[in-house]
Design a protein around this ligand. Structure first.
Ligand SMILES: [Fe+2]
Length: 397
């Protein structure tokens, strides 16, 4: 796909500064000072704070002589009331740099608080591309390897007034600083490591074949897949393997850069509906859906999936493009099985009568824009029936 448009221009956005490594957290104060911070507003998951994972941040910020205000109210997915409370406290304390620490929810909350400033209306008015500037610095420190929120230009906030989850996208949401410290991820439970890891894989695979992919996003996506297939099973099996945690953090970062700049596809378009309606964890929904969507999309991007066979470790000499493509789909399904994640809708409580509404909502999802194959409502319904039955199309057995 990309080879046919070698001269197509693109803009690629990423954090200005990335700090990686074991104990990177101890560099936080110095780096923030270099970025011009004098007063840090630290937005944390409540649990992350209770577990003592913010201690390194607090110590490093204090040692650098910076002021600190802690906001550790984030519990579950952020909503507009939480964001408003955060905005008010940020304005009251006069901090000039917001840093989020935690899973995707805390980072999304920090990004929204930093960008919305003193705005107190409906968040949905911004929607896609509506946020271009902010007046404070922004940093992100993930404690799980999954969403890639530390690098992306997206935040998702539930609007209390309307009850809808609003994805807001814009250049101002890309953090100035991403800090990856795998030591913060050592105690993430195996089930969450597996689900967030498959979310990372889905970001990479969907970005790689996106219609809006570019040279850089493809490189990041490919390498994210290559790293992830080696590191994820070990990290799930033995969470205290610091090297594999480090590799997973970097894979999530790369996959985040890839999809932030290239977009996603049909897997996410459906997973968003499954998450909203059935409260199924995002990574679990992706794990169920990804192999089926790959099999569906193969008509339009067989060569791209064939390339990924190398990264997935399943390409063999003498294989045709079609064989490599199929090997990629089956490798993804096998990884999902190996990690103990569900592979069909029945396992997560979704039944046939739910399908028409899921399909209808998925057709409206913004992620469909980048999907490599054009999609019609009936095709999504037919794909979802395969997911109920737990059977990939003929040729993938
Ligand atoms: Fe995702």
């Amino acid at each position: 796909m990309l080879q046919s448009q070698p001269y197509r221009g693109f803009t690629f956005r990423s954090p200005a500064v990335t700090v990686c490594g074991g104990n990177a957290i101890h560099q936080l104060g110095t780096v923030l000072k270099d970025l011009g911070a004098s007063h840090v507003f630290l937005v944390a998951d409540r649990l992350v704070h209770q577990l003592g994972l913010t201690r390194g941040c607090e110590q490093s910020i204090a040692l650098s002589g910076l002021s600190l205000t802690l906001f550790s109210d984030v519990e579950g997915e952020p909503d507009s009331q939480l964001i408003r409370r955060g905005q008010q406290q940020l304005l009251a304390c006069g901090a000039d740099f917001v840093v989020g620490i935690g899973g995707g929810s805390a980072l999304d909350a920090a990004k929204a608080i930093a960008v919305l400033g003193d705005y107190d209306g409906l968040i949905s008015v911004f929607k896609v591309g509506g946020l271009a500037s902010r007046h404070v610095g922004l940093g992100a420190i993930p404690t799980t390897a999954g969403t890639g929120s530390e690098v992306t230009d997206i935040t998702v906030i539930k609007e209390v007034e309307t009850g809808i989850k609003v994805p807001v996208k814009g250049p101002a949401l890309v953090p100035d600083l991403a800090l990856l410290d795998p030591a913060l991820m050592l105690d993430v439970p195996a089930s969450i490591t597996a689900a967030t890891g498959i979310d990372t894989l889905t970001h990479a695979v969907e970005a790689y074949v996106s219609r809006n992919a570019n040279l850089l996003s493809r490189a990041y996506a490919y390498h994210a897949v290559e790293t992830l297939v080696q590191a994820l099973p070990v990290a799930v099996g033995y969470g205290h393997d610091l090297d594999r945690r480090y590799e997973m953090a970097v894979a999530a970062y790369k996959a985040g850069l890839a999809f932030s700049n290239a977009g996603l596809g049909l897997t996410h378009a459906i997973a968003h509906q499954v998450g909203a309606r059935y409260h199924i964890a995002h990574g679990v929904a992706n794990a169920v859906l990804l192999p089926y969507v790959m099999a569906f999309n193969a008509l339009s991007c067989e060569a791209d999936y064939a390339e990924l066979a190398q990264a997935l470790g399943v390409a063999r000499e003498g294989m045709t493009t079609r064989e490599k493509c199929r090997a990629s789909v089956l490798a993804v399904r096998q990884l999902v099985l190996d990690l103990g994640l569900p592979t069909n809708f029945a396992d997560i409580g979704i039944v046939e009568r739910d399908l028409p509404q899921l399909a209808e909502q998925a057709m409206k999802d913004i992620c469909l824009v980048g999907n490599p194959r054009q999609v019609e409502l009936a095709q999504i319904e037919s794909l979802l029936k395969q997911v109920i039955a737990g059977e990939l199309p003929a040729g993938y057995c």
